[in-house]
Design a protein around this ligand. Structure first.
Ligand code: NAD
Length: 402
């Protein structure tokens, strides 16, 4: 009997599991994750801002495991030896495989900027997102005692999709923070420090401006064209002039780091040839050196023939890759050749709070309340593709505007 091992129970891993569990064949699946729950990474900003509890964006992995076909093992992967086909875990135990799907997801990227790891809050999983919310509440309660204005200041570093969505949710929950601090909502000061001046370049300027101008209207202070050079305790240092290298400092007790992501460190630790934790895979989604090893989701880079650059990492492409890798493994086990991956983006929509969003559906620009509906439909679709109807219902997702 062949052994198929899936590393990671994120979007890509669980989608692959779903396809494999639905297929007939003489094989067994082992699913491995360091947590016993799946979480929707696209919703972390809501947990960080406190607009959703962690339970609403996560569910137990065992909910989707068919025990007659699959064994779930809760362990943390340390390294993968592709020549020996052995996975070593942090606890030094090992597992072997015939076919492997590596779907180990993303980590925060500090770009080696001093002080980021020590003095900024990262938002990479449910624990770190929840820690941000608890940190925020603590700052607000401390303000009541000390009246230090820096306790009311929140800086989001980076205005990519993650930073923008987080700012939207922080605006939405400003009332809660204000109440905890005993101040008016407008006294909670929100900042976003961003290296470039043209924000969200994947959208045409009019559409990006719509999202940004709403956030500005709601009181977010954007400092754009200001690359962050260092984070000191309670201080963001950013460059104001490239030629002279002049910098300025912004003090705040909450500094959240959302300047981009890289793939899991396991890729570099396992000597995959990876750039920022992403392996440039074959068009079949296999590792160029091992045709029984599939690399999918945020640890993978697939060339977009239209731009000659890798597709951006999104939940949408991760789901598609997980599905494709599983189908290719089924083909290989049947003695057939794996087939190439093709991806057509359905578009991308960024939410700004619960009732506003903007983005592209296919090639069509959407914004405002209708866009927020589309966004929620997209989220339900991804929940459905990993967890099925049960999880969509369990999360009350048909009540779109919780
Ligand atoms: P990103 O790389 O898309 O954006 C990071 C931002 O931080 C950029 O604007 C960059 O200019 C800025 N930045 C980088 N270094 C900086 C520095 N030193 N100082 C100041 N600013 C700096 O990262 P992300 O927003 O985390 O998104 C990661 C991926 O996930 C992307 O592909 C994104 O499209 C995807 N994503 C999609 C959604 C969605 O579809 N709704 C939501 C979140 C993330």
């Amino acid at each position: 009997m062949k052994e198929v091992v899936i590393l990671g129970a994120g979007y890509a891993g669980l989608r692959a599991l779903h396809v494999l569990q639905g297929a007939k064949g003489d094989f067994h699946i082992t699913l491995i994750d360091k947590n016993d729950y799946h979480y929707e990474a696209t919703d972390l900003h809501e947990v960080a801002a406190g607009t959703q509890p962690r339970d609403r964006i996560s569910y137990p992995i065992m909910d989707v495991v068919k025990t007659n076909k699959t064994t779930f093992v809760q362990k943390e992967v340390a390294t993968i030896d592709r020549d020996q086909q052995v996975i070593t875990f942090k606890d030094q135990t090992t597992s072997t495989y015939d076919y492997l799907i590596v779907a180990l997801g993303f980590e925060s990227e500090s770009f080696g900027i001093p002080g980021v790891e020590e003095h900024a809050l990262e938002m990479v999983d449910v624990d770190s997102a929840e820690a941000i919310y608890h940190h925020l509440l603590k700052q607000m309660q401390d303000y009541k005692q000390t009246k230090n204005p820096d306790l009311l200041k929140i800086v989001v570093c980076g205005a990519g999709f993650t930073g923008i969505e987080l700012l939207g949710s922080l605006v939405e929950n400003r009332k809660t923070f204000a109440k905890a601090a005993g101040v008016k909502p407008e006294e909670i000061k929100l900042y976003c420090v961003e290296a470039v001046t043209r924000l969200l370049p994947m959208f045409e300027e009019k559409l990006s401006d719509y999202g940004i101008s709403n956030l500005v209207k709601w009181g977010v202070n954007f400092l754009t064209g200001k690359p962050i050079k260092e984070i000191k305790p309670g201080v963001v240092i950013y460059q104001t002039d490239v030629e002279s290298g002049a910098t300025e400092a912004l003090s705040a007790k909450t500094i959240i780091w959302t300047t981009g992501v890289s793939g899991s460190h396991v890729m570099a630790d396992s000597a995959f040839s990876a750039r920022r934790g992403r392996v440039m895979v074959n068009q079949t989604l296999t590792d160029p050196e091992h045709d029984h090893v599939y690399v999918v989701g945020d640890v993978s880079a697939v060339l977009d023939p239209a731009t000659n650059r890798p597709y951006p990492t999104t939940a949408q492409i991760a789901l598609k890759m997980g599905q494709h890798a599983a189908k290719n493994i089924l083909r290989q086990m049947n003695g057939e050749q794996p087939i190439d991956f093709h991806f057509e983006s359905l578009g991308s929509v960024a939410s700004i709070g619960n009732t506003h969003a903007f983005g592209l559906v296919g090639k069509m620009a959407v914004k405002g309340y209708p866009a927020s509906f589309v966004k929620k439909a997209i989220m339900d679709r991804s929940l459905y593709q990993t967890g099925g109807v049960k999880e969509v219902l369990a999360k009350g997702r048909f009540d779109f505007y919780h």
